[in-house]
Design a binder for this molecule. Structure first.
Ligand code: SF4
Length: 265
């Protein structure tokens, strides 16, 4: 495994790795202290907005390949946090992700996750871990629309049933580290009816919402600054705690769905 190249933008630095079998994966260094790592080559969830999942799953990464992304960048950049939020669904490669997680913890790193939630048994184990944050991607609370946006994600109703059952059992401290991730796409899931459902769920579960700004990688949709601000104001008015997309997330090389295994270099 080696670093093939790195691309710098004003906010982020993207590292492209070549694995022993010639596969390529990416990691992004952002915020001056965080490395976002990949867990699979391709992704089985195949979200319509995501360049990384376009071709589906090619293969799982071994724990060494997940940890290796950190090892290859750590001498070059000051990494204090790991975001398991790059290419792949971490719960779908759980054994390798778990091993890499404990290795990261052994280095004193804070580790946070983005996941679509399945298998639920793995999500149950993950939320019991000493993680620094788990964000569950919902993106829509309408089963039909969600299936359109995330065709191979697990069932929304099963996910919600799980969250309703598990969250009340968590300590307050653990609950505060969980959030719902919602990627805003103009004309798709940013209507008031959709946002109202999101607000209701967040308030019922007592979770904050991580509101992501769509970073147009595939021409799937766009989002204006005004649309983003409108959604923020709407949710704030409902009393929902919101974490916003950091500046890096709006950057071409840093947003959800912009990591592509075969970027032309
Ligand atoms: S957004 Fe995440 S879960 Fe969806 S296809 Fe891309 S990498 Fe997979």
């Amino acid at each position: 495994m080696r670093v093939l190249t790195s691309l710098k933008s004003p906010l982020n630095e993207l590292f492209l790795f070549e694995l022993e079998d010639g596969s390529r994966i990416e990691a992004v260094f952002y915020r001056g202290d965080t490395l976002c790592v990949s867990t699979q080559v391709g992704c089985p969830v195949r979200c319509g907005f995501c360049a990384s999942g376009k071709e589906g799953l090619i293969r799982n990464l071994s724990w060494k390949e997940i940890y290796g992304q950190y090892e290859l960048v750590k001498g070059r950049r000051p990494i204090k946090r790991i975001a398991v939020a790059g290419i792949g669904e971490p719960l779908a490669n759980w054994e390798s992700v778990k091993e890499a997680f404990w290795r990261f913890k052994g280095e004193g790193l804070k580790v946070s996750f983005y996941t679509t939630g399945f298998p639920l048994s793995n999500l149950r184990e993950l939320i019991s871990f000493p993680h620094a944050g788990v964000s569950v991607s919902v993106h829509s609370l309408d089963e039909k629309l969600r299936r359109k946006i995330m065709p191979f994600a697990g069932s929304l109703s099963r996910l919600l049933e799980f969250l309703r059952g598990e969250i009340p059992r968590l300590t307050k401290k653990k609950r505060r580290k969980l959030s719902l991730a919602y990627l805003l796409m103009e004309g798709i899931n940013d209507g008031y009816e959709e946002l109202e459902r999101l607000a209701r769920l967040a308030s019922e579960l007592g979770l904050s919402v991580h509101l992501l700004f769509y970073n147009d990688a595939l021409g799937f949709a766009t989002l204006s600054q005004e649309g983003y601000q409108r959604a923020i104001a709407f949710l704030k008015e409902k009393g929902i705690r919101i974490t916003l997309s950091n500046r890096f997330r709006k950057d071409k090389l840093g947003g959800c769905g912009t990591l592509v295994a075969n970027r032309l270099i």
